[in-house]
Design a protein around this ligand. Structure first.
Ligand code: BF8
Ligand code: SF4
Length: 653
């Protein structure tokens, strides 16, 4: 972001940035202004994979490379720009896959412990999904108890991570044509851990030095994320905590309370936060809060933990990734409880300006300066109570320097793949038929997944909101997860009224008939697997081709920053989806690698990447792709007819 440019489009965020400055408290926005990104690393031309380097081989700017210059652009070991860019790119995928999948593994472990009766407080909430997965995975149902079935599911799920041969079980959910393609190309993942380890091996100095072969392994690991680790996380969480259904809630820093104990839960895994929700409702805890002078206990979330407890309990969202420090800057947060991923190390420093307690809970993620209360899943409610108690006891320490911005917006969340099915088709004939029909008749032009992070290199939330408004204006139904969903929610796009206000006529009509917003919040980042399921359901419903790559759909992460986003993007591309990212693109140092991802992928997978930082232009790349797919399906005529009708209607008025 150039100096002087707006830091956020969100008023609450701007107010708290100002307050932080007055309070002498440094935030991510200050650091981003002083620390410029390294241009060599940004384009993927820096390798630090061995002690002969780091080697920096920037792409010469503003002139064509001569063949001699190109030949000489190498690291000390001889690695070319292509090899270095591809290695860096797939190491990002390895990290992203590892993050989502380790989350999935944690859920599988808890699931198994619950099934065995070793995790008191947890139970099987969604029996229907339990039985469905048993059927999918060939597990005997008969007259066995839910717990017996769950033990088998838990063991099979855990084995998916360490499996050495064969294929991940959830790949069978994909359209048949897609499965065959993955097999033919040799990218069907064997086991989650194996694919991640193999990336680390192949990218070690002097191993795989063919960029196409490297990218292929990147794809195999990314598929192990989307159709493996992430899908296991989503599905088992649904069984344990309930499959989300539509729920009304609120978003932005204004959800923090003046006179209650504010506990902010931040991170990704709902295992602990589910219990914090229960502990915060405990009458004894509320009594304790009152004894300290508070009116009660107020829970709010940041990042994907927020999305998890929002989807299942309607717990309000304090904000997205770039608002984590700012929640503390309000001066009103007694405790911020974190687990893993997207947690800034600066939190304890920011907390020092106020009274907030930063509580880490995962043995995998400790932060110097934070209080560590380790979460014990065998005694989960007790761990959660300890956390809540620590927050309550901190309430009397709240100072006078409190300023909670008034901004908050309503939103409706809880659109799991199953919910969309019911809403569209009705409880007794749940189906995607109405969605497909409305795409075929042209009222809905197509579907876009807009997901991912915040990034202080661009104006906070602006790129998400601009892109989404442009998409819905053009009759594209938007599916959302992660921090992007919160950006849209703050802008008022996640309520049914947004359809009449912002959506094109066709989309607005469908939304009004069904009673849904034009932008559907499907959950956290591991819940991008719900979008894969929705796309597969559209294929299986019929009339829109026989593979995901035939669908008039597209994906985007316009403010991405995390390695997880790269992994997500790659599994969408390899599942046949056109996917556009904003902000920056990490392989621009190699024309060959970039071409392989942006162009050749279409030939191979029917889906490809694009990079476009301008949200309106990016939205139009997505719309153009959707129109291309409509044309290939012979649906362009249907839409022309609708447009003609609308034009006629306008003439009549
Ligand atoms: O997993 S969208 S900033 S919070 S990485 Fe992180 Fe990005 Fe937010 Fe959730 Ni996803
Ligand atoms: Fe340099 Fe090669 Fe070592 Fe990378 S692996 S740091 S390119 S010598």
């Amino acid at each position: 972001m150039a100096a002087g440019e707006k830091k956020s489009i969100d008023k609450a965020t701007l107010k708290m940035i100002e307050k932080a400055a007055i309070d002498g408290c440094e935030t991510v926005f200050d650091r981003a202004a002083t620390m410029k990104p390294c241009p060599i690393g940004a384009e993927g031309s820096c390798c630090s994979n061995c002690g002969m380097g780091p080697c920096r081989i920037p792409l010469p700017k503003g002139k064509e490379q001569t063949p001699e210059e190109k030949r000489k652009r190498r690291g000390i070991c001889g690695a070319t720009a292509e090899t270095i860019a591809a290695r860096n790119f797939i190491r990002m995928i390895a990290s992203g896959t590892a993050a989502h999948s380790d989350h999935g593994r944690g859920v599988a472990e808890l699931f198994l412990a619950t099934a065995k009766g070793e995790a008191p407080g947890y139970e099987i909430k969604d029996e229907q999904k339990l039985l469905q997965i048993a059927l999918d995975w060939g597990i005997e149902i008969g007259d066995r108890s839910n717990e017996e079935i769950a033990v088998d599911i838990g063991e099979k799920a855990l084995a998916e991570f360490g499996k050495q041969e064969g294929e991940l079980l959830f790949l069978r959910r994909a359209p048949l044509k897609r499965q065959e393609l993955w097999r033919k190309l040799g990218v069907a993942p064997r086991g989650v851990d194996r694919e991640v380890v193999e990336i680390m091996h192949r990218t070690h100095m002097g191993v795989d030095q063919d960029y196409e072969n490297l990218l292929k392994q990147g794809t195999r690991a990314a598929l192990a994320d989307g159709w493996g680790g992430s899908m296991i996380a989503t599905e088992l969480q649904d069984i344990l905590f309930g499959t989300p259904a539509p729920v009304l809630s609120r978003v932005n820093l204004g959800v923090l309370s003046e006179d209650e104990v504010n506990i902010v839960i931040h991170g990704h895994e709902p295992l602990l936060s589910e219990m914090v929700v229960i502990a915060a409702q405990d009458p004894k805890m509320i009594e304790l809060a009152k004894s300290k002078g508070a009116k009660g206990i107020n829970l709010a979330g940041i990042c994907c933990t927020a999305n998890e407890v929002l989807m299942r309990h309607g717990v309000p969202l304090a904000g997205n990734m770039l608002q984590q420090e700012l929640a503390i800057v309000t001066g009103a947060v007694e405790a911020m409880v974190v687990d893993v991923q997207c947690i800034m190390q600066s939190l304890p420093d920011v907390a020092q300006c106020y009274h907030t307690k930063i509580i880490t809970t995962s043995p995998k993620a400790k932060i110097t300066g934070a209080t560590h209360i380790e979460f014990d899943e065998h005694n989960a409610l007790e761990s959660a109570r300890e956390v809540v108690k620590a927050a309550i006891e901190n309430f009397p320490n709240r100072g006078k320097n409190v300023n909670i911005p008034s901004e908050q917006s309503y939103l409706i969340a809880g659109f799991s793949h199953e919910t969309i099915n019911y809403l569209l088709g009705g409880l007794f004939r749940a189906s995607y038929r109405p969605l497909n029909d409305n795409i075929i008749n042209g009222k809905i032009r197509g579907v876009a997944g807009v997901v991912g992070c915040n990034n202080p290199r661009v104006t906070h939330d602006e790129i998400h909101v601009e892109m989404i408004k442009e998409l819905i204006k053009n009759d594209v139904l938007v599916l959302q997860t992660g921090c992007s969903a919160m950006a849209a929610a703050k802008a008022g796009l996640l309520v049914p009224e947004a359809a009449a206000k912002y959506a094109g006529k066709g989309l607005a009509e469908v939304c009004e008939t069904v009673g849904i917003p034009p932008v559907l919040h499907m959950g956290s980042c591991v819940d991008n697997s719900r979008i894969l399921m929705a796309a597969t359901a559209m294929v299986k419903e019929g009339g829109l081709g026989d593979d995901i790559s035939d669908l008039p759909v597209a994906g985007a992460a316009p403010e991405w920053m995390s390695e997880k986003a790269i992994s997500i993007g790659q599994y969408f591309v390899a599942s046949g989806v056109f996917t556009v990212f904003g902000v920056t693109w990490p392989t621009l140092g190699s024309e060959e690698v970039t071409k392989c991802l942006f162009e050749d992928s279409e030939e191979t997978y029917g889906g490809m990447w694009a990079f476009e930082p301008d949200p309106i232009k990016a939205a139009h790349l997505m719309i153009a792709h959707i129109d291309k797919k409509r044309k290939a399906l012979g649906l362009d005529k249907a839409r022309e007819r609708v447009l003609y009708d609308m034009a006629m209607r306008r003439e009549l008025v």
